[in-house]
Design a protein around this ligand. Sequence first.
Ligand code: NAD
Length: 435
Amino acid sequence: MRVIRCGGKTMAQGGISQVTNKEGSLFESTMERFDYAAQRLNLDPGLYRLLRCPNREITVYIPVMMDDGRLEVFIGYRVQHNIARGPCKGGIRYSPDVTLDEIKALAAWMTWKCAVVNIPFGGAKGGVICDPSKMSMSELERLTRRYTAELLDFIGPERDVPAPDLNTNEQVMAWIMDTYSMHARHTVNAAVTGKPVGLGGSRGRKEATGRGLTIIAKEAMQRFNLKLADSQVVIQGYGNVGSTTARLMHDEGCRIIAVSDIEGGIFNPDGIDIAKLDEHVSKHKSVTAYPDARAVGNEELLEIPCEILIPAATENQITTKNAGNIRTRILLEGANGPTSAGADPILEQKGVFVVPDILANAGGVTVSYFEWVQDRYGYFWREKDVNERLEEVMCNAFKDVYHYSQIHRESMRIASYMLAVDRVAYYTKIRGIYA
Ligand code: NAD
């Protein structure tokens, strides 16, 4: 067995081994899975070193005049992981917990995610360390515009196309588009995706990640000769992804038996009326205290027996500590990185069918791609067309990964990585290295 070294890490080549059973940071978890996929593909050591590193890590210091006259300086990042298959694509998150490590992991994820669903983008991710719940709209606007201005040389329709992520939304995208356009001296609506429809956004974009999850859930259930209708579903996180998935799956006839947000969860084994819950959430801003269900903690919620468990909140929710207690048939990863690398073998041993984030939640980036295409075309599709094309892309991707997993006798997670790394490595090799 040969061992190659990259950035202080080692990678065993030539032998087949499982991903090691450790928790690690988000970045470590991604890299461990990438390493294992690379090893299984017998990836050339040079290509391995190249694909393991991002293209660029940009740190910006963002001065913002606060409403009370104070000058605050925020830290923002944009990491561009890979451009072998096209411009970079990836969301921007605003959170006090943002770290460069996390942004690096999420940027690499985007590369693999775009490759899994076979859309012509590489991966990127951005983040600003801030607490948007404590900021006014005008402070957020100034923060967004200055962050965009700092990144002007690196972003744009042909370079890197941002999108919403945790705590960012259509409004933030509109500010980014406007700032970019003011500097370009003309409206460049393909500069971002996830914009309001009237500004060149795509119909169906808001629901795309949840719709993609629902399509994949149907495909996964079919593999077990089970029907999506009647299945019991548990969802952690009731934001954009979680609430849309709940609504669409409820429409498909699923029983949504438990949901949660950062404040806590609710559980009703007979099923929750999602339209009623949405009314409650729009009034109270949380799923908690919904009258027709009992309260559950976020940890307990993940252990409720069900057919489909959807972590759609944040990373590292299923770890070596609780993986043994998970009682679902299918784990459908709505969030990015909800399962640690150490939890993977435990879930596999329990027979949980894990549909990994880079496949399961790729509906959002797929419709972002459709949005970018429509903006550049200047011709906008009906929602029906968007949804049909999304279904085609997601079903094909699921079939590709499932096929790969059968051929290589690997989990869906490793098969997704293998397929993605194979595609990116292939086109990197064909393009060659510019020196
Ligand atoms: P969001 O901000 O709209 O919602 C997040 C939800 O999770 C909220 O209900 C919040 O209260 C809850 N939450 C946060 N921390 C929690 C915790 N520790 N325990 C329980 N609940 C918690 O964000 P979103 O857009 O729905 O994204 C959710 C996840 O999905 C993120 O990991 C994001 O990266 C990923 N994702 C989003 C999209 C998209 O299109 N929005 C696409 C792909 C992946």
